[in-house]
Ligand binder design. Structure first.
Ligand code: SF4
Length: 930
């Protein structure tokens, strides 16, 4: 039974690793709870046959000394078996605990059926939680028993959490539990008994996705705004906007501990003027200026005054969420008429039609897919926006594709869910919103589509503008990938009811004229899939295999004359021809299907979608095979994704600025670009060139550079160690190891080291982790394939922890206070010399490429790295620039150092570095590594 007062067992194990065939249990705990009360307890440490690995010691605090007198695993599990008896047993990620118990000789008397997975239940009962890890759920509900990551405490935490999960399950709207049971795979799914028990006590209602959505949509209002280009626009008085930043103004009222910042007001004034005058503006605002509020207030005032929309585009989801969930709700409280909305690309939203189909097919082919389907059912009932990024699951690409909306597959008004659709609902809301927050990717995709995606927005703020060029390039370029091609062909040709063509054939009568055409497509698609596999395997061979996941190779005119590319190109053209045949025959089938029964209408729309995707792939393929369009740089890229290798052929737009000057600026009245790092010194020319602002008539662009509101000279010290070898020296790693060791020890932890090279990072981690541990310091590394968010959370969660990281931590990573007191830059962030775009620039603009692109890009990236350190007015710390070129007279060194937000840099002999840093920032290391 699974009532709130019933008796149930909980089990947790700590182990030496993840693989039950190689690793062992080192602690096990079990409790039996009756209602809220734990009535029996058992726990013990367990002596393994091998030493406990360092990372496990660090995580759990369990080491070989503590385990010296512990019992063996058989004895420990006998104790567990005794108190569990034949009760149901709950574990968080139960398959893990069960696999270890089973490998060590304990089977529950009722086998797998008795194991209930609280992780799986949490995903269904609490679908909107950002994390479903035991520790995070427990913290969120105030249930955590310390110390976490110890079986004895975790099992108590779990027993408390279980009741919360049952309560949350009971709170789900009518019909959701029926939907969950429908995709669960039947009674053999252990949690089915739990869900069925709760469902039995409630009114019996079946799942209806449309009803669930209607319930959430009931209160929306309708009133579209004007196109600014067709409206008479009234300027907003600049002084009135500035007054909003007074203590009694809107901004003053938004924050409890508000302090007026002169830089923020100056920026707000400049943004207001740009909007009023229909001019473009580039603003570099150092950290702490509060630039998001500095543009949101003028944007909101301008939009409200004129009944138009102002768009805000961000690079990262983190900033988008900050605007949508923090700043804009606070602003809307002060300006009650203000409406705002967040808008992402199709593929970010749940497609209800696809979900309906997944539910009809029983949730998917395996348990993992069914678990996700069950979670999505309850999530539909609790989300207004349908943003799949907010679903906390580890998606397999195929699982996400099976429920994600896609422009190509969307049947729009013919879709039965159109009126309640997330994607179109958001687009409708966007037409009524004064502030539309989107991402760079959708903004530039809209430019490419000729404004087919977004409402007509003529005033834009592009935040995190340092990333605008690269996102615009991604959207203005074209690519065909092995997985994308394979997915489209597989959707067409899969057997049985999962295959589009087979499903169509099954619904067409023998004398239907469309049937023959559909049947003719089936072998053609199979054949094409084989050629596609062969093409991607050929081009995959062209990329020099590397140990670090992602490699790219430029296809030069010379490659097109001889060598392996010519072989691959021959297969590529064969693929183009097959795709042409599929597209032609597919179109004939679509025409014939117009005559067929209503029953095939939806599948016909799907066929249109898949053919559109294949036509796009065909165009991208032909572009790289022809290779004569000089606007592009042609590249083959290969990337390791889990066990699979993704190969893509790309044509990268060389001059993004030119394309934006032609296609974006003529359609808008004002674009305000802003970032903490878009200028080199006082010079905006690198950025202006990158986004095409330099091609506009004189006077159409204003620039503004605002220093940080923080006192960097007081808060940050920059050290450049003198006497270390430059990166091309054989002594480089040895010297860097010394610097890193000294810095970590001097700081007593809380150090973030940023690398440009993953191989260097891993080598130095291997050399230093143990050494630092013996000093009482714990170091982690951003390992390949690991989630950057999880590593960031771990780093932020432990004040003394230090981290070695690569690219994803150079920008956007935010760790305030004592968690991060020192940033080390291991090497100046110059682009890799074999980066295809940089290579092409060097070739095409030989004399100026260094000064125009290579150097400014690296300087801006260094500024980004420095920006990680000081995140609030009370932060203090040091930046260590451990690249020997800075102290050995490289001619560009002063350019890097001058770009930093401090007036002075300390050159310190490497042998004095430790003492110097310790004297200013040192604190004793903790007595033991945790
Ligand atoms: S309208 Fe398009 S995106 Fe929305 S549910 Fe239907 S098919 Fe999916």
């Amino acid at each position: 039974m699974f009532g709130f007062e019933d008796e149930i067992a909980f089990v947790d194990v700590e182990t030496t690793g993840f693989d039950p065939a190689r690793h062992e249990i080192i602690e096990v705990a079990a409790v039996v709870a009756r209602g809220p009360e734990v009535v029996q307890r058992f726990s013990t440490l367990v002596k393994p046959s091998q030493p406990v690995p360092l990372e496990i010691v660090e995580l759990t605090g369990i080491d070989d000394d503590i385990l010296a007198d512990a019992p063996r695993v058989e004895e420990a599990l006998a104790g567990v078996a005794e108190i569990v008896g034949d009760r149901d047993v709950v574990a968080h990620n139960a398959s893990f605990d069960r696999a270890f118990a089973s490998a060590s000789g304990w089977e529950h008397p009722r086998g797998e059926a008795a194991w209930l997975d609280s992780l799986e239940l949490a995903r269904i009962a609490l679908p909107r939680m950002r994390s479903h890890r035991l520790v995070d759920l427990a913290r969120a509900f105030g249930l955590l028993v310390e110390p976490a990551h110890r079986a004895t405490a975790d099992v108590e935490t779990l027993a408390r959490l279980w009741r919360v999960l049952l309560g949350a399950l009971d709170d789900l709207p009518a019909g959701v539990l029926a939907g969950v049971l429908g995709v669960s795979g039947g009674p053999q799914w252990p949690l089915a008994r739990v869900v069925a028990h709760i469902a039995a006590a409630r009114p019996q209602v079946g799942l209806d996705l449309k009803r669930l959505r209607h319930e959430r949509l009931r209160k929306e209002r309708q009133c579209s705004l004007k196109d600014a280009r067709e409206a008479e626009l009234a300027p907003v008085p600049v002084d009135e906007v500035a007054a909003e930043f007074d203590d009694l103004g809107a901004v003053g009222r938004m924050y409890e501990d508000y302090e007026r910042r002169a830089e923020q007001v100056e920026m707000a004034r400049a943004v207001t003027e740009a909007l009023n005058e229909g001019r473009h503006l580039a603003v570099e605002a150092g950290t702490g200026v509060g630039k998001s509020v500095a543009y949101l207030v003028p944007a909101a005032r301008f939009a409200l005054a004129n009944d138009v929309s102002v768009g805000v585009a961000t690079k990262t989801n983190a900033l988008m969420d900050q605007l949508l969930y923090r700043e804009l709700p606070a602003l809307a409280r002060e300006m009650p008429e203000l409406r705002y909305v967040g808008l992402k690309g199709y593929e970010r939203y749940l497609c209800l039609r696809k979900l309906g189909r997944v539910l009809d097919s029983g949730g998917g082919s395996d348990a993992e897919d069914r678990a996700i389907a069950a979670m999505l059912v309850s999530w539909v009932a609790s989300t207004s926006w349908g943003d799949l990024d907010a679903v906390n699951v580890h998606w397999r690409p195929s699982a996400r594709r099976s429920v994600a909306a896609s422009a190509a597959e969307c049947t729009k008004k013919r879709c039965p869910y159109y009126a309640v659709c997330y994607v179109h609902g958001q687009r409708r809301r966007a037409r009524q919103a004064h502030v539309v927050v989107t991402n760079h990717s959708l903004l530039f995709r809209d430019v490419v589509s000729g404004n087919q995606i977004l409402p007509p927005i003529r005033h834009w703020v592009v935040d995190e503008a340092h990333g605008a060029e690269s996102e615009a390039r991604e959207q203005l370029s074209s690519a065909v990938s092995s997985s994308g091609c394979a997915a489209s062909l597989a959707t067409l040709s899969a057997r049985g009811r999962h295959g589009l063509l087979e499903s169509l054939r099954a619904r067409l009568g023998a004398d239907d004229s469309a049937r023959e055409r559909v049947e003719g497509l089936i072998p053609l698609v199979h054949e094409t899939a084989l050629i596609a596999t062969s093409f991607f395997s050929e081009i995959g061979e062209l990329v020099i295999p590397g140990a670090y996941g992602r490699e790219a190779e430029r296809i030069t005119p010379r490659d097109r004359e001889e060598g392996p590319w010519t072989r691959a190109a021959a297969v590529g053209w064969a693929l183009v021809k097959r795709l042409d045949r599929i597209i032609d025959q597919g179109r004939e089938a679509i025409t014939a299907l117009e005559e067929a029964s209503e029953e095939t209408a939806e599948l016909r729309a799907d066929l249109v979608g898949q053919l559109t995707a294949l036509a796009d792939a065909r165009e991208a393929l032909a572009l790289i095979l022809e290779g004569d369009d000089e606007r592009y740089v042609h590249v083959v890229r290969s990337e390791q994704r889990g066990q699979a290798v993704e190969v893509a052929a790309e044509s990268l737009l060389y001059d993004v600025g030119e394309a934006l000057a032609e296609r974006f600026y003529p359609e808008v009245m004002s674009v305000i670009y802003t970032s903490a790092t878009i200028a080199v010194g006082e010079d905006f020319s690198y950025f202006a060139r990158a986004v095409g602002l330099d091609r506009l008539p004189e006077g159409s662009l204003a620039t503004l550079r605002l220093a940080s509101s923080y006192d960097f000279d007081r808060q940050m010290t920059v050290y450049v160690p003198r006497g270390i070898a430059p990166p091309n020296s054989p002594r480089y790693l040895e010297d860097l190891e010394r610097v890193l060791f000294d810095v970590h020890v001097a700081m007593g932890g809380s150090v973030l080291t940023l690398f440009t090279n993953a191989q260097d990072m891993e080598t130095l981690y291997r050399r230093l982790a143990e050494r630092l541990r013996s000093e009482g310091l714990r170091l982690i590394v951003q390992s390949r394939g690991a989630s950057a968010r999880r590593i960031a959370d771990e780093f932020i969660g432990d004040e003394r922890l230090s981290l070695f990281a690569t690219k994803s931590f150079w920008e956007g990573f935010d760790a305030k206070g004592d968690t991060l007191r020192c940033v080390v830059v291991a090497r100046l962030p110059f682009a890799q010399p074999d980066d295809p775009l940089m290579e092409a620039r060097k070739e095409r603009e030989n004399r100026v490429w260094w000064e125009r692109y290579y150097l400014p890009a690296a300087i801006i990236e260094l500024k980004q790295a420095a920006g990680r350190l000081i995140r609030s007015s009370t932060d203090t710390g040091c930046l260590v620039l451990a690249d020997g070129r800075l102290s050995s007279g490289a001619h560009y060194a002063p350019r890097f150092l001058k770009a930093l937000p401090v007036s002075d840099v300390e050159l310190v002999p490497v042998e004095e570095l430790r003492e110097t840093i310790a004297a200013r920032f040192g604190r004793p290391a903790s007595s033991a590594a945790r």
